[in-house]
Design a protein around this ligand. Structure first.
Ligand code: SAH
Length: 350
């Protein structure tokens, strides 16, 4: 097992069988061995800096029906909301004052927000805050739509591939959604010039160790700038309400493998990780992650963007989340920095 981790450290890739062996058989001792190597690589590129992204959850309307997600179209209990352009710009203003230099606009797939509206919002943010990066996370669109947002100034796009295995993909999504289209989107985004983020849930229903190994190989092929992963957490109003949650241990182990597989990637320690364990986000950083995404959404809508149950920080003001995060990072010897936090190029180390 240790030899496999040494090999991954040197070559940044393993075979499907080798990844599978590690994922099936890891122990606390092997995890520690992996995390130490992952931290070393992370320190080479990013030192002890932690990049911050301000997350703005601007709509929870969604036309899709992903079986795991609390804001799926069929969930009649979801209390739907949309932020106005003015509210979004207010979040940015507040965020800028708190030191955020990246704004992530995330939402369900909401046709109310036409390309024209998204373009206008992106342009307005970039005009007011030219020193900030804008990240979009609004789902599957056409090449032309992605191009329009990019030309308006969007810098980055987050679209988790969810699972690289086609059969598994169909177990998590209704049949009008296809893994081919999701992957097409990711390659289109790269071609256009976005910094692209993919990712997956750890412990999603029906997921196997082989699926996770395929996720690593897909990431190797896509070569994304960012990879977001977090545990699957059941949401009470979804078809997966009685499924097991992903575990802290496996999520951390996958974070470590990711760091060694894509050494210079931007890897967030996610809110979902902080939800399954009180110190989950700190442990994520210690397993190799280098990004945190505190919430900038207005407190009035926080409790409505419920992708999963028991989500943390739904009652806190942006400033509280920001300083709480700073303290958490400080407590483990890391510094939240005020910068756009772009990816370092491979080979160009701190
Ligand atoms: N509509 C956008 C944003 C989706 S929400 C899109 O399609 O990309 C962001 C991510 O939250 C999803 O990609 C999914 O991986 C994660 N997510 C959704 N439901 C979840 C759950 N129950 N537990 C954990 N993560 C979940």
């Amino acid at each position: 097992m240790k030899e496999l981790i040494d090999k991954l450290e040197k070559q940044h890739i393993l075979s499907k069988e080798e990844y599978t062996t590690l994922i099936k058989n890891f122990t606390p001792e092997i995890s520690e061995y992996l995390f130490e190597k992952a931290r070393n690589v992370r320190h080479k590129y990013y030192g002890h800096d932690v990049y911050m992204r301000g997350l703005i959850e601007f709509t929870n309307y969604c036309k899709n029906d992903c079986l795991y997600c609390g804001i799926r179209h069929s969930n009649k209990n979801a209390d739907r909301y949309r932020l106005t352009k003015e509210q979004i710009l207010d979040c940015c203003k507040n965020g800028y004052e708190l030191g955020f230099r990246t704004f992530v606009l995330q939402g369900g797939e909401d046709d109310y927000f036409t390309d024209e509206i998204i373009v206008d919002i992106v342009k307005s943010i970039k005009q007011s805050y030219p020193d900030c990066a804008v990240t979009l996370s609004i789902g599957e669109k056409s090449y032309e739509s992605y191009l329009a947002y990019f030309n308006a100034g969007a810098d980055r796009y987050l679209l988790r591939h969810e699972t690289a295995d086609n059969e598994h993909y169909h177990k998590l999504h209704p049949h009008n959604l296809s893994p081919e289209n999701r992957k097409r989107c990711l390659f289109d985004l790269k071609k256009i010039g976005y910094q692209v983020g993919c990712g997956f849930m750890v412990g999603s229903p029906y997921q196997t160790a082989e699926n996770l190994a395929d996720d690593m190989l897909f990431i190797k092929k896509l070569q994304p700038d960012m990879v977001g992963i977090g545990p699957f957490i059941a949401q009470h109003d979804t078809p997966f309400h009685d499924k097991e949650n992903g575990t802290l241990e496996l999520t951390l182990f996958m974070l470590g493998l990711l760091r060694l597989t894509v050494p210079n990637a931007l890897i967030p320690s996610t809110t979902a990780l902080g939800t399954i364990a009180p110190n989950g986000r700190e442990l994520g950083i210690l397993a190799g992650a280098n990004v945190v995404m505190p919430n900038l959404s207005p407190v009035s809508v926080r409790k409505k963007y419920l992708l999963y149950d028991n989500k943390i920080c739904t009652g806190d003001e942006a400033a509280e989340c920001r300083f709480c995060m700073q303290n958490r990072m400080k407590s483990i010897g890391y510094n939240v920095v005020i910068s756009r936090g772009d990816a370092k190029q491979l080979g160009v180390r701190n």
